[in-house]
Each structure stands twice: as structure tokens, then as C-alpha cells.
Design a protein around this ligand. Structure first.
Ligand code: SF4
Length: 348
């Protein structure tokens, strides 16, 4: 591993031991770094005072840093949700969100800066993709949220900016780190995707290689019960049809032994009628799956409407009548630019 200009967050204990050895110290120094960055949450090499000062200086000269991100804005909603805007070393802006409940703190991490998928209902998709995030930048979001809440996140969802399946390597490395170094069970981690052609089988296979097993939850965003409506909402659906996506989901379930969650964003008068619920039930019937309904969060660039409560309940009822496991995810942080990518767009 090239040890110039290196970020330490995201590296395993054995990788840190190797870095210590490559830089003229014993493996023990690597274990000390591991303890101080993951257990104590230290964000600067110079603050790891257990390391000899001379060695700390030599690491800094080689531009080896922990990799923490600078917080440049923070919004707190009445429900306690905190959205942070973080700045990368190359001055890009990364959104991350902490969503607290009594028993858990969920962090919604970004996997890319911007996004190339262009989903019509999403603020992030409006500005295109800047670049994918490195593992250190994904893990740094955890520590930024931990600092904001003064407690560690218990659950991780890859539902922030970006399409995780276009950054699979770094996403899996991050899951390894969340799981092994930050003690978050794989089953408390969710990877959400709108689907990218050929990437679902790859995710399953690489996850088994990298993590030993793929026990995290895969959440696939359907958002429409038929091909025509899906194409109107998600441009990439033209190349990656619903039939192919569902076939890949079945393959993923077979490969990993895990059920898949389907996400469905309810857009008023567009995909929220009982007939749509019927179509959706036909689509996912017989699947080992769960459907999560989400009410649309308005963004300025589009005129989509939030669905009425009545429509939401009727939609849910119909799915339940058809034997589909369903839940409704309440929007959190609605008073503070809740939709993914909105805070960043106010700053660019
Ligand atoms: S919904 Fe997700 S995949 Fe679609 S544009 Fe937004 S960030 Fe990208």
C-alpha cells in the first residue's frame, strides 16, 4: 500500500500494522493508531500522543492523516434529525444525516458526491456526479455524526448522495470497517440502490469475498409498479428493465440467503393509487421481500406532490390484503431540507 498521502480511516488493524512497519516502527504502533482512531475517535495524527512526536511528524511530512472531514454547516430538525454538510480535502461537499430514535441512531451515509443516475424526484441527481467517495470519507461521516450526537450511530444506511453500486469496492470496504472496527452488526447496515445493470450479482459475489457473507440488507428502489412509469422516473430503467432487475434480485437472494427490501416512493396522483398497489403486489408476490413505502419529499426543481394520508393508508391496506409485508417510513427532518442532496445544493 502506497503510504504517502494516505488516509487511515477505513483501514483494518492489520493494514495499520503494515503501515507502521513500512514507516520504520513496530506493528505495535499500528495497533495503537487503531485504538486511538476507532475507540477514542481521535481525528488528528498529532493528537495520538502515545506515538513518539518525531514519528508523528514524519507521518505528517508524508501527508499521512486520519482523514476526518471538516463540518461546514449543520441543520437540526425539530424531531432531532441532524443533517451535516462536510467538506472534503478537495473542497467538495458531502451530506450526511443522523436520525435518532430512543433506542437507535441511524446514520444515512453518502457514497458519492452528486449522482449520475438522474432520478427525477431527487435533488442529488440534478447536479450530476462529481466523484465517488473513498472509504475514509464514508467512515469519516460516522465520526462526524458521532461528534454531533455525542453517541455512536448504531445503524448505517447507504441512502445519502450517490448510487452505492457505482462505488462497490469502497462501499464494501466501508461495510467491513463499520462491522469489524466499529462494531455495527452487518444486519444493522442497509445498502440502497435504484439498480445498475450487471452490478447486483457483482455486489453479492464481492460481498461474500470481502466480508465472508453478505448479511447486510439490500434495499432496491422500485418506485413504480410497471416499466413505463419507472422509465419516466428513473432514466437508467430504460436500459435495465424491471424484469431484469427482479431477475437479478432473485439471483441475489439465492446467492446470499437474505431477503430484499423494495423501496417505493409515493408521488401524489402519479403512482399512489390502489391500482398501482395491485400492480406492485403482482410484481413482488412470491418474493422473499418487504416493501417500504416513503412519501415524497418536495424539491424545488420538480412539481411532484406528496401523497395524501388517505392514499398512503389505502395503498398500504391493499398491499397487506395481497399478503405483501409492508411498512411506511415516516419522513424525518422534513422542516430542514430533508430530501437527499438538498442541503448541498444550497451551498453550490
Ligand atoms: S435517488 Fe439515489 S440513485 Fe437516484 S439520483 Fe438520487 S442519489 Fe442518485
Amino acid at each position: 500500500m502506497e503510504s504517502h498521502n494516505l488516509k487511515l480511516l477505513g483501514l483494518s488493524q492489520s493494514q495499520l500494522e503494515n503501515i507502521a512497519i513500512q514507516n520504520g516502527e513496530s506493528a505495535f504502533r499500528g495497533r495503537q493508531i487503531y485504538q486511538w482512531i476507532y475507540r477514542r475517535g481521535i481525528s488528528k495524527i498529532d493528537d495520538i500522543t502515545v506515538l513518539p512526536k518525531k514519528w508523528r511528524n514524519s507521518l505528517l511530512e508524508k501527508r499521512i492523516t486520519v482523514g476526518a472531514l471538516k463540518e461546514i454547516n449543520r441543520l437540526k430538525s425539530e424531531d432531532g434529525t441532524i443533517k451535516l454538510l462536510l467538506q472534503s480535502e478537495d473542497n467538495e461537499l458531502i451530506e450526511t444525516v443522523g436520525i435518532p430514535t430512543r433506542n437507535r441512531l441511524t446514520i444515512c451515509v453518502s457514497s458519492q458526491i452528486g449522482c449520475s443516475m438522474g432520478c427525477r424526484f431527487c435533488a442529488t441527481g440534478k447536479g450530476g456526479l462529481q466523484r465517488s467517495l473513498k472509504t475514509s470519507e464514508i467512515i469519516a461521516q460516522f465520526f462526524a455524526i458521532k461528534k454531533a450526537f455525542k453517541r455512536a450511530p448504531s445503524h448505517v444506511v447507504f441512502m445519502g448522495m450517490g448510487e452505492p453500486l457505482l462505488n462497490i469496492g469502497q462501499v464494501l470496504e466501508s461495510i467491513r470497517c463499520f462491522n469489524k472496527d466499529l462494531d455495527i452488526g452487518q444486519r444493522r447496515i442497509t445498502v440502497s440502490t435504484v439498480g445498475v445493470i450487471n452490478q447486483l450479482p457483482k455486489l453479492g459475489e464481492l460481498a461474500i469475498d470481502c466480508l465472508g457473507s453478505a448479511q447486510f440488507t439490500l434495499a432496491v428502489s422500485l418506485h413504480a409498479p410497471n416499466q413505463e412509469l419507472r422509465e419516466a422516473l428513473i432514466p437508467s430503467a430504460k436500459q435495465y428493465t424491471l424484469d431484469c432487475l427482479l431477475k437479478d434480485c432473485r439471483h441475489y437472494i439465492h446467492l446470499t440467503g437474505r431477503r430484499v427490501s423494495f423501496e417505493y416512493i409515493l408521488l401524489g396522483d402519479l403512482n399512489d393509487q390502489v391500482e398501482h398497489a395491485e400492480e406492485l403486489a403482482n410484481l413482488v408476490g412470491g418474493f422473499q421481500s418487504h416493501v417500504n413505502l416513503i412519501a415524497y419529499n418536495p424539491i424545488v426543481e420538480e412539481t411532484f406532490q406528496r401523497p395524501s394520508k388517505n392514499r398512503i393508508y389505502k395503498f398500504m391496506d391493499r398491499l397487506e390484503e395481497r399478503g405483501v409485508a409492508v411498512s411506511f417510513r415516516k419522513s424525518r427532518g422534513l422542516d430542514k431540507n430533508a430530501a437527499c442532496g438538498q442541503l448541498r445544493r444550497l451551498h453550490i
